[in-house]
Design a protein around this ligand. Structure first.
Ligand SMILES: Cc1cc2nc3c(=O)[nH]c(=O)nc-3n(C[C@H](O)[C@H](O)[C@H](O)COP(=O)(O)OP(=O)(O)OC[C@H]3O[C@@H](n4cnc5c(N)ncnc54)[C@H](O)[C@@H]3O)c2cc1C
Length: 319
């Protein structure tokens, strides 16, 4: 086994996802502790320029037309072959839609243990210790892999991103696994519906969850947002119910936002929600339950009824 750490670079529409840079930063720390290198792996087609922009210590770019778009089967075959060939200490991927589609299958194919929902990684005297969020983020579990090598799926926003720290030369290789006979075919990418406010560009978000109680109360949040000159975003149950458009949803199956201020009102802080907002500069949480996991990521918090708070806040902001 080598002491290298492989990081799966995640990309879509010609852009690297933030999680890639977050994992690279952490991988460099771990690689230094284990005495190996942080090696980013980018799978794609005609994507060398993208590979060149990853700030890892080494970059491996696997070029194949079958990798032009994300395909869990193709990714699994390529990564399994790379793991067999290079025998890394650790394979890191995002605990994202892509990573969730890939991690378990890769674990079965390679026989390596998979630790998912990871928000902490440390090299403790040569042993890898992963902290994993379980029970919807209510409990943090420390896990040590059975055997030295393993796969970890890291939550978005768990580690600071390491952007613009230069990059190593890219080693371009052909796919180490045959990809001519895939059972999973990429058909098309369905882009999110447009035409609404772009919540990813808002400096402040008034974000509401199931604690809002009913659709009729959304106007209260909108009044605060209007007074602040920003937009209302939401957790998934509200967009699932059709109370707000899907374009307002923050989280794993919604959008990732990084506003200066994220006001989380009546949102419990499930991992799927945190994935989309934990990178916000300042998080202010309001929740009647003092044990709600949102308080683990909040910089400021209040345990009061959001329905009492909203009208008072509008009044205060309007001055
Ligand atoms: C594959 C997958 C993808 C998912 N993607 C997403 C996603 O993109 N985004 C997302 O948000 N979720 C997503 N989810 C759902 C996620 O797991 C949670 O169910 C969801 O985030 C919970 O939303 P919530 O916090 O609004 O509701 P709840 O978990 O029901 O929490 C409501 C909170 O409001 C508090 N509360 C109640 N009344 C009040 C009040 N009057 N004042 C103040 N606080 C109050 C309660 O204490 C509670 O903490 C996904 C789930 C899966 C399985």
């Amino acid at each position: 086994m080598s002491n290298d750490i492989l990081i799966l670079a995640e990309h879509l529409n010609g852009k690297l996802a933030d999680i890639t840079f977050e994992m690279v930063g952490k991988a460099k720390q771990l690689a230094a502790a284990f005495g190996g290198k942080a090696v980013a792996v980018l799978l794609g087609s005609r994507a060398k320029a993208l590979a060149e922009s990853i700030g890892a210590e080494a970059v491996l770019y696997v070029d194949d037309p079958a990798l032009a778009e994300f395909n869990p089967e193709a990714y699994r075959l390529v990564l399994a072959a790379l793991i067999k060939e290079r025998n890394p200490r650790l394979m890191m991927m995002g605990n994202t839609s892509m990573g969730m589609d890939l991690g378990a299958g890769l674990s079965v194919t390679t026989g390596l243990p998979l630790i998912a929902y990871v928000n902490g990684l440390a090299a403790d005297g040569g042993t890898l210790v992963a902290t994993s969020q379980i029970y919807g983020g209510k409990i943090q579990a420390e896990a040590v892999p059975d055997g030295e090598a393993c796969i970890v799926a890291c939550l978005a926003g768990a580690f600071p991103a390491e952007v613009g720290k230069g990059s190593a030369p890219v080693e371009q290789i052909a796919s180490p696994a045959p990809l001519g006979d895939l059972k999973v075919k990429f058909v098309k990418l369905i882009q999110p519906q447009g035409g609404d406010v772009d919540i990813t560009q808002q400096p402040i978000l008034v974000s509401i969850g199931r604690g809002i109680g009913g659709q009729e109360n959304i106007a209260l949040a909108q009044e605060v947002a209007d007074a602040l000159g920003c937009a209302v975003s939401a957790s998934r149950p509200l967009t699932d119910a059709g109370w707000l458009p899907k374009t307002r949803q923050v989280g794993k199956s919604g959008l990732t936002v990084k506003p200066k201020v994220y006001l989380a009102l009546g949102i419990s802080g499930a991992p799927e929600h945190l994935e989309g907002m934990r990178g916000a500069e300042t998080i202010i949480a309001v929740n009647t339950d003092p044990k709600a996991p949102i308080f683990d990521v909040a910089h400021y918090g209040a345990t009061c009824d959001m329905l009492d708070l909203l009208p008072a806040l509008t009044e205060k902001v309007k001055g």
